[in-house]
Design a protein around this ligand. Sequence first.
Ligand code: GLU
Length: 438
Amino acid sequence: MAILRFAPSPTGRIHIGNARTAILNWLMAQKTGGQFILRYDDTDVARSKTEHAEAIAADLDWLGIKPARVEYQSKRFDKYHAAAEKLRASGHLYACYESADELDRRRKRQLARHQPPIYDRAALRLTAGDRAMLEAEGRKPHWRFKLDHATVEWTDLIRGSQHIDTATLSDPVLIREDGSYLYTLPSVVDDIEFGITHVIRGEDHVVNAAVQIEITRALGGTIPAYAHHSLLIGSDGAGLSKRLGSLSIGAMRENGLEAMAVVSIAALLGTSDSIHPCADYTELVEGFDLAKLSRAPARFDEAELNHLNAKLLHMLPWNAVRNRLGYGREAFWLAVRGNLEKLSDARAWHEIITGKITPVIAAEDRSFVSDAATSLPAEPWDSTTWKTWTDAVKLASGRKGKQLFMPLRLALTGLDHGPELAALLPLIGRQKAMDRLA
Ligand code: GLU
């Protein structure tokens, strides 16, 4: 039973890449009968907004993700203070007083000497007296975690064996000068306390994992399994992170896409499975396996999503759409679904069947069409009516193929394309068909 978390910062809407992370966590939770926790990483109080948190919850709900538990880091500062105290007491957290400018100058000097721009731990050499003097000057400390300078090893469930020597990293700042927390420590504190067994997230966090493993150890916590998936790139090869627009889940919903089309592509992209539409989570949960995820970046193509959306609609049964449509009946749905790209396209076909249209009848087809009207069979009509009728019209007129069918379609629907007339004709009914042909 895995316990997982999806941990967005509520500083904006989520896009398809974030949704993919959420869905992978959700699939693992479902597969193992475990728990999915939604954790808002909102320690940045200035940038985090309730409205963004609400929008993220609504987006997840639309995607069919129902968190077992919702947590806000902004409500847990006492836990982070306690953890920070523990780290201070064990010598893992030390006060630093350099300003951003001083650090920047130091980095530039290091780079000029071809040295890696790693924090030199100057603050570790400060005496209690030095610190008191700096504080008397009005300086406030920020706090760094003292890395072990050893190789951290773990087996990433997607990337395999990982080794990161933390001597190659700067001691990370956990607490800013104003006392606010960066994401790193709260995340560890929460992962420990919530009993997170698996952290599935983007590979932009691989280095964080090494740091967080060391912090977890320093706090005496259990280290979770990590799975860092590759990031999505757009069809132009660029990353998605900075772009939103049509890639946001909100926009996809507003554009009338099917949630399961979005889920299908997000769950299957970058895996060894083919990308195909799944009408619900069942098959995706059964087939879920982190080992199927490739390490290569996965390419997200909006055109592919739209295509998948159409394919999904074409196979959806009436029961899956009747409530959302709010009009029509099963025969209508089965007649038109194969012609839809979006569910909302069904409306136009419903209008064509039940409403008023302008029949299109070319001058040279006028008598052919009105003659055809006279041989419309008597009701009741069913799926065989079209053939019975057109066989008779064919015999009487001597027309065949497109010459026979297209003028009838244009007169009956006003369009030169659309669903099978065998299915449409009984829905239009004899009276309307007669009016249109005449
Ligand atoms: N708030 C972090 C992010 O959105 C969470 C990373 C994590 O899953 O640990 O990138």
